[in-house]
Write a protein that binds this ligand. Structure first.
Ligand code: MN
Length: 263
């Protein structure tokens, strides 16, 4: 009965506008910024292509539709545990096997926008998360932790978004001790506004790519290229991030959404 009341209250709030839906996804198309790996490492994910099949013409007189070519890890997207070698053995570690209960969860939004602007290589640490908790309240089990950097302002400019120079890409992220702390708290996963869950320089860390390594080792999830986190409260938003049910998928673009109280 209580849950029924909660849902009926939510239904009213959605319809009367006292709960707003914030779009936390970037446009997905040929101009979407994509990860560039060092040439010695591997093959890059291909540019997104949208091909017209028909548009009310001879190939489809009454309809319009396209077909797409895109990598799983394109634009605003979800990282499943089997994306990383540390998570490769989880039977529920692919986009088609994850419990859908994980796709709707509370969000903690840690504002690092000032630090990231001052230092593009800024890393959120366990102490940084603890300081945030002292101010806003403890992060709970099963909740998202989202790192706000306002990096989405660069989403339409791949060069600025990737911020690469002769030494490599310079974008903010997390330390290994930060992810270890989040894993101790048994959070649902970690999300970022940058191209991937790890910092630009993460290939050079003592534990390379700590977010990927440790999140997926623990059967947890990642979110990348999120937008509009500046429109979310530090606590209180409900985050919806559901990957496409790609068979054995390692990730998927998502139309990430946040339910927030109207201001
Ligand atoms: Mn990814």
């Amino acid at each position: 009965m209580t849950a029924q009341k909660t849902l009926s209250d939510l239904a009213v709030a959605l319809l009367d506008g006292s709960v707003r839906v914030v779009d936390c996804a970037a446009p997905l198309g040929p101009n979407t910024p994509l990860l560039k790996l060092p040439p010695e490492l591997a093959v890059d994910t291909p540019k997104i292509e949208i091909h017209e099949i028909a548009r009310y013409n001879e190939t489809g007189p009454w309809w319009a539709w396209n077909w797409l070519k895109l990598g799983e890890h394109s634009g605003t997207h979800f990282d499943a545990p089997q994306h990383w070698i540390t998570g490769k053995d989880y039977p529920d570690g692919t986009t088609d096997t994850i419990d859908p209960q994980a796709f709707v969860a509370p969000a903690n939004v840690i504002d690092c926008s000032r630090e990231a602007a001052e230092n593009n290589d800024f890393l959120l640490t366990a102490d940084g998360v603890k300081a945030w908790e002292a101010e806003y309240g403890e992060i709970g089990e099963g909740e998202w932790v989202l790192m706000r950097t306002d990096w989405d302002q660069y989403n339409t400019d791949e060069d600025k978004f990737l911020n690469t120079d002769a030494t490599g890409p310079h974008t903010p992220g997390v330390t290994a001790d930060c992810v270890e702390y989040l894993m101790e708290k048994n959070v649902l996963g970690f999300g970022t506004q940058c191209i991937g869950t790890d910092a630009g320089m993460a290939a050079t860390f003592d534990l390379p790519f700590p977010a990927h390594n440790l999140l997926h080792k623990n059967n947890r999830y990642g979110l990348a290229s999120l937008t509009n986190l500046d429109k979310l409260p530090p606590k209180g938003a409900i985050f919806i991030a559901n990957p496409l049910k790609i068979v054995r998928g390692t990730g998927s673009p998502v139309r990430a959404l946040a339910l927030v109280p109207a201001s």
